[in-house]
Design a protein around this ligand. Sequence first.
Ligand code: ZN
Length: 488
Amino acid sequence: MQPTRLLLISALAACTPRAAAPPIASYPVAVSTPVPSPPVVAEAPAPMPDDVRDLQRGILGGHGAVDAVASLTTEVGARLAGSPGDKLAVAWALRAMHERGLSNVHSEPVKVPVWQRGVETASIVAPVSHVLAVVALGWSGATGAKGAIADVVRFDSLDALKSADARSVAGKIVFLDVKMRVTADMPGYADAVPARSSGPGEAAKNGAIAIVVRSIGSDDTRAPHTGSMHREKDEKSALPAGALSNADADLLERVLVAHGSARVALHLEPRWLPDAESANVVGDIPGRERPGEIVLMGAHLDSWDLGEGAIDDGAGCGIVLEAGRALAALGQKPRRTVRVVLFAAEENSLSGGKEYARAHATEAQAHVATMEADSGTGRVQAVHVVGAARLPTAPPSLHALGVQMIDGPGHGGADVTPLHALGVPMVDLHQDPARYFDFHHTANDTFARIDATALTQSAAAFATMAWTIANMDGDLGRVADRDRGESN
Ligand SMILES: [Zn+2]
């Protein structure tokens, strides 16, 4: 489905001087974006409890999730951990939760590393000349003001780079040309991403002076995809590492095929700043019977710095804020507490997710389930319960949204993985990933990519799942020790 384009936003952004920001809960962009309610609810097979029907109607009849993304991307925009945008985002999130009627709204401090993008250019200088679209990877080292210039040595897999003769790599710029397979699910990304995270370290071991990786993304445009690389203990030892857009990686590959060699100039000048304080932002819908038991719905508040952080992860923030608003507005409170958490610094360090698990370790037993929205704007298609001893029966209220309950492996969000390591089951609400990796971590991650109808359905699915688990007689059990994985 094509993303909905909302032109009013650009008109608003152009207004100077700006009037006071409108309330987040009634962002004016909504006026221009009627969201058709999916017909599935009206035609849903009975029986669906009245409370769930009210909950879903409260979301599907409006556009609260889209409003939240519009507000976040307009009032804040890019918000890499530790940046001025990050601070604005924390204040925005506190305000957003208050406006939506959540209780116990507060921030919990998180120390975050601060890495800042600088000059970034690349070009092929021989045997032909081309400017290449490049962005530094997060944690990249700097080339220095003069840049690096060297012949390129290409590898088509991380394994090939690992097993390379160091003499063929020393003094060169490595071109790690791993093509992400385009699949209907996440594995294409998961399979390709080690090239970005581990490629720089492997190239450094073999004496390369820099590395350029093909973007880990499914598009064929000139927009490079940034993302984090493995962080060296000594930040000064990190190799200068850039991502070429897929179109430019194709070009470099063609030059190598046609001419047998290519000389590349690369100039990257990111820098490190002292650690900064950010925050996880937390708000509750208190439970009426077991307020000490928590069903956690999360998303990450930070974003990469190139775009507006709309699909990654403004969309997730919109989903869980709207689900929280609808739950708080329902006449009846859930039996257990539903908690909304907007995590800090997922992209550059997972510091927020780790700090939440550390600070709440003694309450891990009280966390009944976690779920995270961090897959963009697509509709929820299926639910997997990860690492639980018992599955809830598939409620008709999920079928009404076109969501299937699947008994099989899923994956939870990165921010809730540290809680999973403490035994808390993760519920994976799997969103349609179509086109997500076209825009992920690029300058094209903008509000124009938001699919209003799908985002609204996702909010309804998260609210329904949280409500269902919060009201269960039993619980989902605990994750067996052997299944808890790494806590990162
Ligand atoms: Zn994300």
